[in-house]
Design a protein. Sequence first.
Lengths: 147, 147
Amino acid sequence: MLNFCQMKKETIVKNSRLKALGLKETPARLAIISIFEANHSPLSAEDIWKKIKNKKVNLATIYRNILSLEKGGVLTRIDLRKSSNYYELKDTLHHHHHITCSTCGTFEDIELCDEGLSSKALENSLKFSKILDHSLEFFGICKKCKR
Amino acid sequence: MLNFCQMKKETIVKNSRLKALGLKETPARLAIISIFEANHSPLSAEDIWKKIKNKKVNLATIYRNILSLEKGGVLTRIDLRKSSNYYELKDTLHHHHHITCSTCGTFEDIELCDEGLSSKALENSLKFSKILDHSLEFFGICKKCKR
DNA sequence: TATTTAATTGCGAATAATTTGCATTTGAAT
DNA sequence: ATTCAAATGCAAATTATTCGCAATTAAATA
């Protein structure tokens, strides 16, 4: 293994993050995180698998890593109303949202400040005392499909 | 078939709604809609099937009807981050939201006014000119699981 | 550096959710 | 009453995801 000085800065960040979660730094894990860092849009397990295929990581391993990274708060699941699940890096400061085309399935990232929504929701809740996460997704027909 | 005067009022509403969508009024369809009207919480295909079982409707029929009712704007898909899809009646005036427990999966309805979110989202979009729907879901740990 | 051990992986099989093909039935228009 | 497309039941197919288990590997420790 490389020593600290030989490592790329971003890898150091990844490592310490993984270590903090009690997860080993494996090639598969690092590759998956890199792919998410390079793609700021939601990806399905199979999307990741296709991007990583040459490096020969098993699809089951992708699923298992998605699970542990989601549990560790690195990834978050995104609902695009498709048949498979999508994920992206969890940005704890700024929430990331999307608009998905109900016709062709294409989607777009949306910047939108939705601060205060969670606390508003909590005010109306009986069974919950804390909200950890939320998802806000939009659906419509894209300009291409509208024509 | 019953004539207009013999029919229950709610059935009349259902019928005209279905007719407008070009869907036949079948026992399965009416039963499914009734179940959604009686349960103001998200239901999966299997949830519906269990509630209807005595009337012997095939699960595939439930799936097919969910699809056509969703397409017709009667139902909307809800993401509770579970393995199966959930649906509820689409209320075009007031959006319905939920908090789901990440530990035990229990969920609660949340009343929350989120008007203006869609238009705000649209302002930041390049590929879309209209938003038809959105979903806003919260996730946390319920009081029971916290203990 | 070698040893040790639990975590991770690959592989194939299993499971769960959903969809499909096709023959039959049925709602509703005529 | 007749007609015909739409809807249904049933079983089989497909898709997405998970699991069991033996082999491998990361990383802590001697």
